[in-house]
Design a protein around this ligand. Sequence first.
Ligand code: GDD
Length: 411
Amino acid sequence: KTVAVIMMGGPTKGTRFRPLSFNLAKPLFPLAGQPMVHHPILACKKIPDLAQVYLIGFYEEKDFSLYISALSNELKVPVRYLREDKPHGSAGGLYNFQDLLMEDDPTDIIVLNCDVCCSFPLTDMLAAHRKHEGIGTLLVKKVSKEIASEFGELVADPKTGELLHYAEKPETFVSDFINCGVYIFTPEIFTAIKAVTYTKHETSSLRRMSSFEALHTATNSRAMQADFVRLDQDILTPLAGKKKLYTFETNDFWEQIKTPGMSLRCSSLYLAQYRLTMPELLATGDGKRSPTIIGDVFIHRSAKVHPTAKLGPNVSISANARIGPGARLIGCIILDDVEIKENAVVMHSIVGWKSSLGRWARVQGGGDYNAKLGITILGEDVAVEDEVVVVNCIVLPHKTLNISVQDEIIL
Ligand code: GDD
C-alpha cells in the first residue's frame, strides 16, 4: 500500500503570500480554479494502491475542514488533516505522526511540498523507487545556474541515479540539478529521522551545559531544537552517497509557489496541463451566449460572464464572479464574488474576494511574475472606482481607490 503526505506548513510560513494569505491558508489559494494543494492530491489519486492522504501542517484545523470533507467525497480515499502544535520542520512534522502514517502498513510513503507546481510524475517515480534498494527517491530537475541556489542543489550518479551529494540553498554553486520537493520513501525514513533527532538532543544538552556557548550562540534558535528536523539539510545531506537515496529526473514543467506572482505563472501551467488531462475544465467559448475565449481560460460554473467580454489567455474566474459587457481580462486570477463592470480591463493581476472594478477601470501589472511589483494584487473587498487606473500595485484589503496609482503598496 501507499500513503501520501502533503506538507502544508503554517500561517507563519505564508508571509510572502500576503495580502492573499490574510483570509485563506496559502495551500487553498486557487490555481487554475482549484486549490493549490488539490493538484498534487489529484496526482496521488492516480496511484492504484493509495490508502490514505494526510495533510500535515500547523494551520488551525478549521481552516481546512470544509475543503477536507468535500475532498474525501470526491476522492473516495480517506483524507485527514494532522495538526502540529508548532513547526517541527518538514521531517519533524512527518516523524511526529509516524504511528498514524504507519496505520495502513504502507510500503511506500509519498511526501510532497504543498507549494510546488509540476506534473507530479508519481506513477513513474514509484516504479523507479521500487526498483532500487534505497529508502528514498527524490524528484529532481535541471534548472539554470542563476536560479539553482534558491533550492537544494544536488549531484547524482549519472548511471544509477544515486544521490551522491546534497547542499541546501548553497552560497557557492554546487550543481544545476535541484530538489523539486517531491519524494517517495520507504518506512525506514522514520529510523533516519529518529537518528537525527537523537543526535540533535545530544548536541543540545551538551550545549546547555556549556555556559560560554549559551551566552554566545542562539541555542534556542529553531534549527538547533532537537525536535525541529528538516528533510533537506538534516536528512538528505547526511544520507547522500550511502546508497540510500536515488533521484528521478523530470523534464516537465516545475515551479515553486512562494509569491502571488508565481501563483499567476503556475495557474497558467496548470491550465495548459488541463488541455492534456482534463480539457472539460477549460472554457470553450462555443455557446451562443459565451464570451470570446483566447487560449486557456477557466470559468467557475457559478460565475456570470457577459457574452461581449473577452477573456484569455491564462484567466481563472472563481465562484460567483460577475464580468460585465466589454470587459477584457488577460493573465489574471479573479477570486470569489468579484464584480467587474463594463469595459474594465484586468491584466497580470489578482483581484481579491468581493472586490469591484468600476466602468472603464484598468488594473494591471507589468507581467514579470518574479519581480516584487511585477503584478497588481487587490486584497479582499477593494473597490476601484470608474475610470481609475491601477498599475503595479499591492492594495491591502478594504480600500477604495478613487484616483489612479502606480508602483505603490497601498496600506
Ligand atoms: N507540516 C509542516 N511543518 N510543514 C512544513 C514545516 C513544518 O514545520 N516547515 C516547512 N513545511 C512545508 C512547507 O509548507 C513546504 O511545503 C515544505 O514543507 C518545504 O518548506 P521549507 O522547509 O520552508 O523549504 P523550502 O520550501 O524553502 O525549500 C524546500 O523545497 C524546495 C522545492 O520547492 C527545500 O527542500 C528545497 O531543497 C527544495 O528545492
